[in-house]
Structures are given as C-alpha cells and as structure tokens.
Design a protein around this ligand. Sequence first.
Ligand code: G4P
Length: 510
Amino acid sequence: MSNRRTFAIISHPDAGKTTLTEKLLLQGGAIHQAGEVKARGEARRARSDWMKIEQQRGISVTSSVMTFERDGVTFNLLDTPGHEDFSEDTYRTLTAVDSAIMVIDGAKGIESQTRKLFEVCRLRNVPIITFVNKVDREGRPLFEILDEVADALALDVSPQAAPLGMGGLFKGVLDFASETVSVPEGGSKEFLDTRKPFSELESDLSEELAEEIELARIGYPEFDLDAYRSGDLTPVYFGSALKNFGVTELIEAIARWAPPPRPQPAGEDQVSPDHDEVTGFIFKVQANMDPNHRDRIAFMRQVSGTFKRGMKLTPSGLGKPIAIHSPILFFAQDREIADTAEAGDIIGIPNHGTLRVGDTLSEKNDIRFTGLPNFAPEILRRVQLKDPTKTKQLRKALDDLSEEGVIQVFYPELGAQHIVGVVGQLQLEVLISRLSAEYKVEAALEAAPFATARWVKGPDAAMTEFENFNRANLAKDRDGDLVFMAKSPWDVGYQEEKNPDLKFSATKER
Ligand code: G4P
C-alpha cells in the first residue's frame, strides 16, 4: 500500500490556509520556524514585476508543492491560489490531488470561494476532511456550523472533535477518538501540546456545554471510510491553526483515512498506480521562477510506476521522448534534485516550452489522461499593440502565456487582432504586466464584442456550413481548434438550436 498522501487545502481567503500550511509543515518537521512560509512567499514575490501584482493585492497567484514526512507517511501538499479571480489554475491543481482539507473560519462558515472549490472537488469525487478554524475566537455555535456544512454542501458530517467553549471561555479541543483534551497552556505563541484526559475536565463543564458535546458525539453519522472516500461524508475537526490546536489530529486523520494515489481516467480506461510503466500528467506550468533564466517548470503528477532520474518519457504533445535529467521535488525548504519518485508524487520538470498543461507523459507513449479541461473564458479582450513592429514578439508571448495557462488566446478567422480570454479579471493584469516585463511588448486591451466562447465540433458537412455562415465570429485556439465567439449566452443557445448536429462545448480537454 502506498504511503503517499497527495492533497490540497481549499478555503476562502483569510480562513487560515497559510497559517495551517505552516503548522502542517512544522508538524512534519519540514520547516523549523513558524512564519517561514509567508517569509519565503514574500521573498519570491519581490523578484519580478508581474509578481508585484500579487504583492499589491496580497494574494498568491503562483502555486507550489510542499513535501514532508511524518511517521513513515509522505505528504505532498499542493498549494492552490486562493483568490477568486484565479480559479482556472486552482481547478487544474485540484485535478492532481487525491483528497482535500476544507478550512472554514468558525465565525463565517461556508463562504463563496469555499463553495466553488468544493464543487470542483465534488465533480471529481475528491474526499474532504473539514477543519473548522479559529475556535480560539468567538465563533458560531457548534451545531450551526455542522448543520451549515451539511446543508450548504449536501454532505453527511461526522464530527470527530469539539471545542470546549469558544472565545474567552475556550478550554481546549476534545478529540472524540482518544477522549483527550488538548488544552491551552503557556503564552499565545507557545504550544506545549498538553493533553488531559477528558474525564478530568468533564465535571467542570457547564451543563449546557456538556449536553452540546454529547449531542455532537451521538447526533451525527458515525465516520464511514467508504462514504468519506466516495465524497459523501466529511469528518469534521475543530481547532486553531494560529494556536496549533487540533492540527496534529488533522494530519493524523489524513495519514489514516485520506486515499493513497487513486487511479486516473484515461479515456474509457483507468490507469492504476501499480501499473508498471511510469506515467503522469502536467497540471501546471510556471515560467520564470528565476527571472535570470527563461526556463519554465512543468509540474507533473505521477500516476504510476517508479520514476528514476535520467529516465526518458514521451510527452503526448511532442510525440518524441525527452530525457528528464534534473527533475525537482519541491521540499518545503528548497528545491531538491530528485532521484526517484512514486505514484502520487509531483515532479517539477525544467523545460523550454515543450511541455504544456494537459500533456500526458509516459514511457511507451500509449496513454492519454483525460479530465484536465480548459474552461470557456468569461472575459474576452482584443490585444492592441502600441508598437506595430512587435507583432512577432506578441504572438510568441501570447503562445507562451497560453501554454502556461495564464490566458487563452484566439486567432480570429477574419481580422488581425488577437483575442485573449480569461476566467478572471486579474489574469488580464498579469498578462499586460508580463508582456512588458518579460517580452518587452507594450500592449493595451480593448473591449471585444464577444461575451464568451465555445469549442465547436461535428460532422464535416455541418461544420463547413456553420463556418461559411459565421466566419466573422470564428477563431482558432492555440491548438488550431475551431472556436465560436459568442456575443452573449443567448447567442450560444441560438446557434445550438440552429445547428443540432454540432456540439458547442464550454470546456475543452486536450
Ligand atoms: P489565508 O491563507 O486563508 O488567506 O489566511 P491566513 O492564514 O493568512 O490567515 C488570515 C488571518 O487569520 C491572519 O491574521 C491569521 O493570523 C489569522 N488566523 C489564522 N488562523 C487563526 C486561528 O486559528 N485563530 C485566530 N484567532 N486567527 C487565525 P491577519 O491579522 O490577517 O494576519 P497576520 O498579520 O496575523 O499574519
């Protein structure tokens, strides 16, 4: 049985994801001082121009991978950018994990971004462990939170712990399984991990609190591994990332319950982690991590086999094998050269643009993973060059950035202006800033008369007829696939009705 646990944390901004990440890494011994995750992030952010956007907005656009070990289990934590605007990248990262922790602010409950990310997890049956954070502060009553998770997300909830009081009355967190209470002792910055048997504290509880605890224990479904793994039930933990309560229980729960690497869909088939060939897929490409090198790192989620450094793998987009001499495992402290990797691991592969999001890598070039969609853009803009002699550079830059998944690019059948599409506004700012900083191309964006786009497929005759009628609203994407640029959602519906033989898709799988 694999000892890998590959997971992500999903949350609404400010719920405490960064703080929790830090504490998980501390527990795993990957970092030694709280605050390092943030500090590292800031140092990295200061590096290049486009990253200034992150700094100004206080958000993280780039995502990374952190690997740590604890009690013989290797955890791969994939960081997902938390900002609402940058969801496409986040969606793709969630295709590379086997489970997720959902962090909720105990005073706020389920927020918009939590819900969106949860829906993505549900689409892929990604099992979720819930962590209700900030119980050291005055929050909402226990049952209100539990019922909200159950109702808002249509999930069974199975509490595994309960806070003894909240805010000023907070006495610690009771862990149901061990019947121990993790109690606050020492200063607020200090964590002594003092535990007391619940029996010692029980008599001090108010009648109301004792009743509440009892109800939390017996009033909800018992934990059921199958229901959790199929995404129908979430175990709920309570704690404080800041004060380090309930974090140990959380990581133990992942080690014990979270699924080891799962089979991945490849068309009609599934590739199991014990398939003996090395296979994987690229879920993210990040350029210019080091501004002195124009290299990029492709992040591959390994699906099967045992990878060894120097191995040759064939990317589906390229068709011929490449040797992987300097793969990178993203340990929390630094980048490290990896010698071997297993199913479930993430490998960073430096390259010069040969690897693209959605590519499958395999030894025999006989497998194609599916399920990594491009999403139809919700914002479309024309790109206007300030210096018309830079057409070539612009095209190269747009191709590069679309490969990375920062934007999507569309080349209209009529007219010369390129159109870029994004899911969120922030991507446009990143685009302009990176065009200027990295490609020395000054460009502006102007409104395009389109509201969304659909990939079109169908029988040849119907396609030709459709193309002849709609030339002014057609474009090719980066792969040369036909895209219908729609003036409104109504326009999409109209064309669908008029062309029953054609399929108009809001997502495209490569
Ligand atoms: P995010 O990554 O999900 O956006 O959240 P982050 O960890 O940055 O936490 C957001 C704020 O919530 C931070 O405060 C953080 O200290 C606080 N916080 C996180 N976990 C807990 C908790 O368990 N209890 C309490 N009381 N607060 C918590 P900030 O003032 O915005 O930032 P900072 O100046 O403290 O870094």
